[in-house]
Design a protein around this ligand. Structure first.
Ligand SMILES: NC(=O)c1ccc[n+]([C@@H]2O[C@H](COP(=O)([O-])OP(=O)(O)OC[C@H]3O[C@@H](n4cnc5c(N)ncnc54)[C@H](O)[C@@H]3O)[C@@H](O)[C@H]2O)c1
Ligand SMILES: C[C@@H](CO)CCC[C@@H](C)[C@H]1CC[C@H]2[C@@H]3[C@H](O)C=C4C[C@@H](O)CC[C@]4(C)[C@H]3CC[C@]12C
Length: 369
């Protein structure tokens, strides 16, 4: 590429830039987007590590803001060339109300779209989710499916409903005229279950294992496969597609892409043991220790307790009818659409992804070893 094309000149905005995925997107952009002049990090809660990023050649601007506030979003978007919208309320445990989930995930996304249109920002990448497709409420398996695999995507839970609605808004906005008359170019990336450094649920399982004397108990049959993807590869996909949106607007605009890499197909629990095992935890049982009907009962009991206790205290355990259904339904993807459309290849091999995640777990306080 000619030197002039490499000259820094682009302004990127990452919403949710202090979250688990957002932080990896931010760091990946700083490492791998040579045309970056300014990186804006927009989040409800700003993290202290942003300060360390301010010493590099790229101007890093931290913006504390709320995606549900249209004016705050418009002010942050104004003058940006590309928006990567990762901000969202990821809640499948009943911590937030359905209204709040809708407000942040759907109205927040609508605000981002309108801000692009009003201020003349042409390129928008949305972090969607596999949950936009499934598992559905009927528990139908999705086995090594791709973006074109027929599947009855029927949801009831507020989180997948909100992600599906938001994704539709983003895709429908593709082609709208932004200020200045140029067309908005949008696309949506659908990660499966993301893992890697900073993954809160992995942290929770690890701590639970420590509390149980270094053991976790198998609840899900090993035959139920759950799609997982390394956070560094998800971040890399965002960076690549954002870069290619301009060059390949006709091809990529309005498209959805599953996020994938070379992580093996395993059950949710067996996959977690790839990292927790080397950190001293053991998964007890080759088969689920409790019969499925009892798990269903426990999950229903948890939901009832959550409802009863809500006026007094927030009771939000990992196990509820929805998480049980997701964990207990095969959902895996096998696709090369991102490779065909914008040349994506995973940046991190499975071995690297595994090692990085293990090192992160081991660095947590109070390891089991
Ligand atoms: N974690 C996964 O396995 C997974 C899988 C598929 C898709 N996703 C999607 O990826 C995105 C990022 O998820 P994550 O796992 O990093 O979650 P996260 O909770 O770690 O990050 C979300 C970030 O958004 C910010 N945020 C929340 N509400 C906001 C608001 N009103 N205004 C501004 N910022 C707000 C949070 O402060 C947080 O920093 C989400 O859109 C999620 O739906 C996550
Ligand atoms: C029955 C329990 C015994 O150990 C296991 C419960 C595990 C669940 C808490 C998780 C199983 C599957 C996870 C979800 C999946 O990986 C994909 C997701 C998509 C993303 O957009 C948000 C997170 C999540 C819904 C993720 C949440 C946790 C699980 C339900």
């Amino acid at each position: 590429m000619a030197e002039s094309a490499q000259a820094p000149k682009l302004v990127y905005l990452v919403t949710g830039g202090c979250g688990f995925l957002g932080e990896h997107v931010v760091r990946m952009l700083l490492e791998r987007e040579p045309r970056l002049q300014e990186l804006r990090i927009f989040d409800l809660h700003l993290s202290p590590w942003i300060e360390e990023l301010k010493t590099g050649p790229v101007q890093v601007t931290a913006i504390q803001g709320d995606v549900t506030q249209a004016q705050e979003v418009a002010a942050a978007v104004a003058g940006a060339h590309v928006v990567i919208h990762t901000a969202g309320l990821v809640d499948v445990f009943g911590r937030a109300s359905p209204e709040t989930i809708h407000k942040v995930n759907v109205r927040g996304t609508q605000n981002v779209i309108e801000a692009c249109v009003q201020t003349g920002t042409q390129f928008l990448v949305y972090t969607s989710s596999m949950e936009v497709v499934g598992p559905n409420i009927k528990g139908h398996p999705f086995y090594r499916g791709n973006e074109d695999t027929p599947y009855e995507a029927v949801h009831k839970h507020p989180y997948p409903c909100s992600k599906a609605l938001a994704e539709r808004l983003v895709l429908e906005a593709n082609g709208r005229k932004v200020r200045g008359g140029l067309p908005l170019v949008t696309c949506a990336l659908r990660p499966t279950g993301i893992y890697g450094e900073g993954h809160q649920i992995m942290r929770d399982f690890y701590r639970q294992g420590l509390r149980l004397g270094g053991r976790l108990f198998r609840a899900i049959p090993a035959s139920v496969e759950h799609g997982r993807v390394y956070v560094g590869n998800v971040a890399w996909m965002h960076v690549l597609v954002a870069r290619e949106l301009e060059q390949q607007a006709a091809l990529i605009g309005g498209q959805v892409y599953f996020c994938y890499d070379k992580s093996p197909y395993k059950s949710y629990e067996d996959f977690n043991m790839e990292f927790l095992g080397p950190c001293g935890l053991r998964l007890v049982g080759t088969r689920p220790l409790l019969p499925y009907w009892l798990l269903v009962l426990l999950a229903a009991l948890n939901a009832l307790l959550q409802w009863l206790l809500r006026p007094l205290v927030l009771y939000a355990p990992l196990l509820n009818p929805y998480t049980l259904a997701v964990a207990n339904t095969t959902f895996t993807v096998s696709t090369n659409k991102a490779q065909r459309h914008f040349g994506y290849e995973p940046l991190f091999s499975w071995e690297d992804s595994r090692t990085r995640t293990i090192l992160w777990v081991q660095a947590m306080e109070g390891t089991a070893q």
